[in-house]
Design a protein around this ligand. Structure first.
Ligand SMILES: CC(C)(COP(=O)([O-])OP(=O)([O-])OC[C@H]1O[C@@H](n2cnc3c(N)ncnc32)[C@H](O)[C@@H]1OP(=O)([O-])[O-])[C@@H](O)C(=O)NCCC(=O)NCCSC(=O)C[C@@](C)(O)CC(=O)[O-]
Ligand SMILES: NC(=O)C1=CN([C@@H]2O[C@H](COP(=O)(O)OP(=O)(O)OC[C@H]3O[C@@H](n4cnc5c(N)ncnc54)[C@H](OP(=O)(O)O)[C@@H]3O)[C@@H](O)[C@H]2O)C=CC1
Length: 406
């Protein structure tokens, strides 16, 4: 029997005989995408030819996209190279950044060149652990207390159940929270080189089965929002989620004056009045200028989950003029959720981004590549903070974007 043609399938979808998402059952993934693209183009009047010019294998992208019609391209640039002394990321590297914001890569590039002139940045992952927090219904607070005690006494059983679903993930701990007749169990896992959301969701589900079998608690939702994934949340800023990572640098005063056209004292003052006082008044969780910019651009370039830029912007920038008149700057990102295996990291253009950093795939030891990626992103964020604070000091923000961004 011959394969159905695009025209045949278009007709069958229009007649309601085949659903849009069932096309892959009838033809290969690329042809299925073509049929959907044709249908959407016909019905919306949009010209989608360019959307069909994608460079990856549609079948290989199956774990990443449903109802695929093509691909979106984002321009890719590089900042650097920049010297980094990291716990896992070492040497002089280019930082890949995908963005549509003109002047952004230029800004991070300037920051990198200043960091380099100062001898490089230092970066360390200080805490690591991906979380999932199911919510259970209990009868009352007495039953809640009983559940909390049971969890404390039976963590090994929960660990055994959770770890039966993964050869890499390790349960680090379970923290209970009680609110009336709701009990939230915040499971925290070492997910090695994976960002880990699929891994910990599957593992936590297995542990929840044990809780339900052994206690009176009833699972209401596998994610009870105390995790907290893809929402701004203080719990992530305080407790961390994914990688907590810090990068810092001390820059000689002459370098600040020559290359950034301002002074250490001016940068420190802007940082305090803008990033700390201004953010406090705004009720912000991000005490920084634009950490989200480096996080988003490097997430897109390396196949991370873009929605987790929300947590990636949970960052505090500090800046101080030292006793010698130089400038100390740091960026601490509390909850940077990154992986070098799984998710979007296998797609060819994103894998190439990881290759530029030298962190593709599983690390040796496991987890070291994801640590290195976190440190690279923190250095990119540090470079961006430096350059933007300086541009505000020299009053170049508007002119830079007028020149480079429109
Ligand atoms: C634009 C600059 C860098 C000019 O800065 P400059 O010092 O006038 O430029 P320069 O021509 O003297 O070049 C200095 C260095 O900048 C880099 N550089 C310079 N041009 C390029 C380019 N085309 N492509 C790549 N790199 C470039 C490059 O490293 C170069 O060194 P060189 O390699 O020549 O020795 C500076 O004015 C700047 O950084 N401005 C700040 C822009 C910025 O940070 N924008 C971020 C986005 S703003 C935003 O999204 C968030 C916001 C602002 O709303 C958040 C908030 O509320 O704060
Ligand atoms: N399920 C959910 O609720 C959510 C899912 N997501 C999505 O989840 C995906 C990311 O989940 P994630 O679990 O990271 O990825 P994957 O689901 O792609 O799984 C990655 C798997 O790779 C295996 N692996 C191989 N080598 C290593 C290594 N060195 N370190 C760690 N694991 C390794 C592990 O298998 P094994 O476990 O067998 O050892 C691991 O589970 C993204 O696509 C994201 O968009 C995002 C948010 C929520």
């Amino acid at each position: 029997m011959t394969d159905p043609t695009v025209e045949d399938l278009l007709e069958r979808v229009r007649e309601g005989d085949v659903r849009l998402h069932e096309l892959d059952d009838h033809v290969d993934a690329g042809t299925a995408a073509t049929v959907r693209r044709r249908l959407v183009a016909d019905e919306s009047g949009a010209d989608l030819d360019v959307v069909g010019e994608y460079a990856f294998d549609a079948a290989a992208a199956d774990p990443n996209i449903d109802n695929m019609i093509g691909g979106v391209q984002v321009p890719l640039g590089v900042a650097g190279p920049v010297a980094v002394d990291g716990g896992a990321f070492d040497g002089d590297r280019y930082l890949p950044m995908a963005t549509t914001e003109g002047a952004l890569v230029a800004s991070v590039n300037r920051g990198c060149s200043v960091i380099d002139a100062a001898g490089g940045a230092t970066a360390r992952v200080t805490k690591s652990g991906m979380t999932r927090a199911p919510v259970f219904r209990v009868a009352d607070v007495a039953e809640a207390e009983a559940l909390v005690e049971w969890v404390r006494d039976n963590e090994d059983r929960l660990r055994e159940a959770a770890e039966s679903t993964t050869s890499h993930g390790e349960l680090l701990g379970v923290t209970p929270y009680v609110v009336g007749n709701n009990v939230y169990l915040r499971f925290r896992f070492d997910t090695k080189d994976a960002m880990g959301m699929n891994m910990v969701t599957i593992a936590t589900g297995e542990a929840c089965d044990v809780v339900e079998a052994e206690t009176d608690a009833e699972l209401v939702a596998l994610s009870g929002n105390l995790c907290s994934d893809k929402k701004p949340a203080a719990v992530n800023a305080v407790e961390g989620r994914g990688r907590s990572v810090t990068a810092d640098v001390e820059i000689p005063r002459e370098v600040v004056e020559e290359r950034l056209h301002t002074t250490p004292v001016a940068i420190a003052e802007i940082n305090t009045r803008k990033n700390h006082v201004g953010s406090a008044k705004a009720g912000s969780l991000g005490f920084n200028a634009h950490v989200a910019n480096a996080v988003a651009a490097m997430f897109l370039a390396t196949g991370q989950d873009a929605a987790q830029v929300v947590e990636g912007s949970n960052a505090i920038t500090t800046a101080e003029a030292t006793a010698d008149g130089d400038l100390y700057v740091s960026v601490s990102i509390a909850s940077l959720e990154v992986g070098t295996v799984g998710g979007g990291t296998k797609l060819p253009t994103q894998a190439a981004g990881l290759d530029v950093l030298g962190v593709r795939g599983g690390g040796d030891p496991a987890g070291s590549n994801a640590d290195a990626l976190a440190e690279a992103i923190a250095v990119g964020a540090l470079a961006g903070e430096l350059s933007l604070l300086a541009a505000l000091g020299s009053r170049h923000l508007a002119s830079a974007h007028a020149d480079l961004g429109r």
